[in-house]
Design a binder for this molecule. Structure first.
Ligand SMILES: *Cc1c(COP(=O)(O)O)cnc(C)c1O
Length: 388
């Protein structure tokens, strides 16, 4: 976000590797014959919307999904011309501009259908509640909504291009809720078709379902977490795209019996050295990971001791005069290639999901996005190559 100033020195930095996103989309695309929609909501799961969007297209995604219209307009502002679906909007959202900017809208109930038809020309996806009781129309409302949508189509004010659902328990492939959700989705699609609608996009699966249950695939998958290397079904390895580093601002020696940090939640059992990192829960390190988490410095892992505070995290470097020095860079998490902790481990230490770790990283972290590794040329220009 902010450019490092000339005098700031080394700062806690988030390194984003978009080629991991491209590789993940390829892996997921190979698991389905359907289209891949890249869900780049929440700043591309905290990785940067534009970088994740470009990297997803390079991996074979064909269009985008977002929650609200602001996110959809931001993609248009960035120059993306692909189809975009937005599925979480209040009744007074700016649907007229959505129509102008060619944003498709999910319709989760009759009240939304009413306001959406006032913005002529919209392409919509009817959204059925397939078992989450969160968003989407109930089966009772579904029938009425399909009828209304059909008459709106006949009046020429909108067109229904999709039918969508979402599964509550896709990370547990054997859960009976999945079969129930699939059955309800099939019923909803059939009902829409019997009532005269002709949606071409039928989409139920997100990352976990796409990787674990082909019966959920239909014509398209909406992939969010998988873009950035998260697969809750844990059956296919995807690649994390983030590395968070921070320098040891200070290294101090303390005597056995010294208590550390707010609330003195840790007391040194022996003489040791403590390293101080200049990031904390304001930067997204969960406080619950205090006295549990680890970081890596010079190829070795060290435990986080004492409470993680807003701006600071303390690491026990041990008593030896090892190679670790003030100014050394600690890896808080990364893809795990060198044995460093991963965001998934941080999630475990904080009793949460990896999603919450990567989307919760604070704006103060410096962000560096690697260039997207050149994709294998699919359309080489022979004249240019010949003249090099
Ligand atoms: C976030 C979201 C997705 C993406 O789900 P992942 O599990 O992150 O792939 C798909 N559909 C809807 C409706 C969502 O809200």
């Amino acid at each position: 976000m902010t450019e490092p100033s000339g005098t700031a020195g080394t700062q806690p930095t988030l390194l984003i590797d978009p080629s991991a996103v491209t590789a993940n989309v390829r892996t997921i695309g190979a698991a389905t014959t359907g289209e891949v929609m890249a869900v780049v909501k929440a700043e591309g799961f905290g990785h940067g919307t534009v970088a994740v969007a470009h990297a997803s297209l390079a991996g074979g995604a064909t269009r985008f999904g977002v929650t609200n219209l602001e996110e959809a307009f931001a993609l248009r502002d960035a120059g993306f011309t692909e189809r975009i679906l937005s599925w979480l909007n209040p009744l007074d959202a700016d649907f007229a501009t959505a129509a102008e900017r060619d944003i498709e809208i999910a319709v989760p109930g009759l009240a939304h259908l009413d306001v959406v038809r006032a913005a002529p020309g919209l392409r919509v996806h009817l959204q059925l509640d397939t078992g989450m009781a969160r968003d989407g129309a109930s089966p009772e409302e579904w029938v009425a909504m399909c009828r209304e949508a059909r008459s709106a189509e006949e009046a020429g004010v909108l067109s229904v291009v999709g039918v969508m659902g979402h599964l509550a328990c896709a990370d547990r492939p054997g859960d009976p809720a999945n079969e129930a959700g699939r059955d309800r989705f099939a019923w909803g699609l059939r009902t829409a078709q019997e009532l005269g609608l002709t949606p071409t996009d039928h989409h139920l699966a997100a990352t976990a379902a796409t990787l674990s249950d082909p019966l959920t695939h239909h014509t398209m998958s909406r992939i969010g977490a998988g873009l950035v290397g998260i697969n809750e079904a844990r059956n296919v390895a995807l690649r994390p795209a983030l590395t968070l580093t921070a320098p040891l601002v200070q290294v101090r020696r303390i005597a056995a019996g010294t208590s550390v940090g707010y609330g003195h939640s840790w007391t040194a059992p022996r003489d040791t050295r403590l390293g101080l990192l200049g990031l904390g829960y304001a930067d997204g390190l969960p406080r619950l990971a205090s006295n549990r988490a680890q970081v890596m410095v010079r190829g070795r892992r060290y435990p986080v001791v004492g409470r993680i505070s807003m701006d600071m995290t303390i690491v026990d470097l041990g008593p030896e005069d090892g190679a670790v020095r003030q100014g050394d860079l600690a890896t808080v998490f990364g893809p795990g290639d060198a044995g460093e902790p991963t965001a998934a481990e941080w999630a475990g230490w904080a009793e949460t999901l990896e999603h919450e770790i990567v989307t919760g990283l604070g704006p103060r972290l410096h962000r560096t996005t690697l260039p997207l590794a050149a994709a294998p040329a699919t359309d080489p220009d022979p004249i240019q190559i010949g003249t090099r």
